[in-house]
Structure formats: C-alpha cells, structure tokens
Design a protein around this ligand. Structure first.
Ligand SMILES: NC(=O)c1ccc[n+]([C@@H]2O[C@H](COP(=O)([O-])OP(=O)(O)OC[C@H]3O[C@@H](n4cnc5c(N)ncnc54)[C@H](OP(=O)(O)O)[C@@H]3O)[C@@H](O)[C@H]2O)c1
Length: 297
C-alpha cells in the first residue's frame, strides 16, 4: 500500500495520562509531521475545530479559524498566544460557512495575512435529531446548508489558493454515521455520507494539482455538538465510547503530515463501519435504539 492509500487507525489509550504529558506527547507526535503550514479551519470556535487549531499552532503552523461566535475565536486566539514558544499565529475570521462569499473572504484574509494556504480542515457542522417526516424543515435545511454547502464552499474557495501554492491537503470532517443507516438522525447522517462521497471523488479530481483529500470519519466525541443539535431536545442514548476533542484533533493534525485517504480514529469506529457494510440491517436497528426518541420526549 502506498502512503496515499493508507488508512489510519488512531487509538485512544495513549492520551489518557493527564493533560501535561498529553500535551508533550501530542507535540512530539504532531510536530515532525506537519512542519510549518498555513491551515484554514472552519468551525474553530469549539470542540474538534478549536482543538485542531491549538494542535496545529502548537506544531508551528499558522492557523486561520472561522466560525460565527467572535468571542470564542478571541479566547482561542488568547490561548494560542499563551502557548509555549515556538508556536504558530492565529487569525480569527467571523463568518458563516453557509455563505460562499463569507468563506471566500476568509480565504482571502488568510492569504493576505500568511501569503499562502496549505491545509483546509472543513470541520464546521451541526446535528439534528428527530424523525424526517415530522422534523422542522428549517432544521433540516440548516443541517444541509451547513454540513454540505459549508464543505462545498470551503473546498471551492481553498482549491484555487492551493493551486497557486503548488498543492495542498483538504481534510473533510465526516462521521462514522456516514457508513450506517441512522434512523432519527437521518438527515445528519446523509449529510455526512454526502461529504464522505465527495472526499473520495475529490481525491481523484485534485490529484494532478498535488492536492490530497482525506475523509476523516469521527466517532462520538465530547464537544458542544449535542448542545447545538437541532430538533428533539431529548439526549441521544449513552453507552457508546466517547473520545475527547483533543484526540480527534491530534489525529487530524497527524493526518496533515501523511495525507491518508481516510482516517478512522478508533477500533470501535472501524467495527461500526464494518458492521454497516456486512450487516446493514442489524446496524440500522442498533442505531435506531440509540436515536429513537422515548415516549414523552
Ligand atoms: N461530536 C461528535 O460526536 C461528532 C461525531 C462525528 C462527527 N462530528 C463532526 O465533527 C465536526 C465538529 O463538531 P464538534 O463535535 O466539534 O461540535 P461543536 O463543538 O458543536 O463544534 C461545531 C463547530 O462548527 C461551527 N459551526 C456550526 N455552524 C456553523 C456555520 N453555519 N458557520 C460557521 N461555523 C459553524 C461552530 O461554531 P459557531 O457556532 O461559533 O459558528 C463550532 O465551532 C462536525 O462536522 C461534526 O459533524 C462530531
């Protein structure tokens, strides 16, 4: 298998020894791979995107982070400035990924500040919970416009800049639900299936431009994702292994070094995806149990 075809499996145990050793360990693991690159991250104000901005900056990369919440981006910038030197710089751009012109303007600001663009982490996303037939159309539309249009706008804004830089790397943050039929969060899962499919096609469309594309299949992660999930206010059921946003971000930053076709972070997630291929009906029933609203919700 060539490096380009390699799939990565990230394990989590190595990160569980306390924040300080995690930071040092993480820095040693990430820094040799990513070198000094210019990275554009959508959805940098919380969760995985925020942790990825810190991981890249810690590794010496200059980062532009885009999101709608200005105060969150400001606090991220303060945290990056306070990182032990040497570290990369952070440019905050407030904007909505549903707006193609806003994304283009953010890329222009990145070029104006840092001179080129090497890496896109198309991460901004939002969930939705509830039955397709009954869901508020505005919620469905928000999921589609954010998770699908947002990724398309980001790719279309970044590719010309990467071509000028002589190449680049696009990491599309998808989900393991892209590979499993997922009743009651079907619109979200379908939006992730869309972007995973897009990643596979883009990888070939852009290979002659020396732009690699990685489909990052994230499993359940601690973040603000559940708080922001649209639709039924009921929590989805627990019981599934959950990783930290820092673990997901570290895997993303390492992938920026070796540009795999696909990143699956944990063996559990690999099992879920294999189940979706081998026994899709059983996996869909298990997913239904996770997401089906209880009576009274
Ligand atoms: N958490 C999980 O279990 C999980 C599992 C699989 C995949 N994922 C994926 O991982 C990605 C990151 O999610 P997360 O877990 O880190 O959740 P999160 O903490 O809620 O972060 C979502 C980020 O997306 C940004 N965002 C949302 N809508 C936006 C818009 N219209 N324009 C610009 N930015 C927008 C948010 O910023 P603002 O609100 O400030 O705009 C925030 O920074 C998402 O694509 C999600 O689908 C998450």
């Amino acid at each position: 298998m060539t490096t380009e075809e390699t799939e990565s499996t990230e394990t989590t145990d190595e990160f569980n020894e306390g924040k300080q050793s995690h930071d040092l360990f993480h820095f040693r693991r990430v820094a040799p791979y990513v070198k000094r690159q210019i990275v554009f991250i959508t959805g940098a104000s919380s969760g995985i995107g925020r942790a990825a901005a810190i991981a890249f900056a810690r590794a010496g990369c200059d980062v532009c982070g885009m999101a709608r919440r200005a105060e969150r981006l400001e606090s991220l910038r303060d945290e990056i400035i306070a990182l032990p030197s040497p570290h990369g710089e952070f440019l905050a751009v407030v904007g909505d990924v549903r707006d193609s012109e806003a994304v283009e303007a953010a890329v222009e600001q990145t070029l104006a500040r840092f001179g080129r663009l090497d890496v896109l982490v198309a991460n901004a996303g939002i969930g939705q919970h509830g039955a397709v037939a009954e869901a508020d159309w505005r919620h469905i539309e928000t999921v589609l416009r954010t998770n699908i249009d947002g990724v398309l706008h980001s790719v279309r804004a970044c590719v010309p800049a990467m071509r000028i830089s002589g190449g680049g790397h696009i990491l599309i943050v998808s989900s393991i639900v892209a590979g499993v039929h997922t009743p009651y969060t079907a619109t979200y899962a379908a939006s992730k299936a869309f972007v995973s499919s897009l990643a596979g096609s883009l990888r070939l469309e852009l290979e002659d431009d020396n732009i690699a594309v990685t489909d990052v299949l994230v499993g359940r992660t601690h973040s603000e994702f559940n708080q922001h999930r649209l639709g039924s206010s009921a929590e989805v059921r627990g019981g599934l292994p959950t990783m930290s946003a820092e673990e997901a971000a570290a895997a993303i930053a390492r992938a920026a070094g070796h540009k795999p076709r696909r990143v699956i972070l944990r063996y559990f997630d690999r099992l879920v995806l294999a189940g979706g291929v081998i026994a899709p009906g059983i996996m869909a029933r298990l997913a239904k149990r996770q997401y089906e609203p209880s009576i009274g919700d």
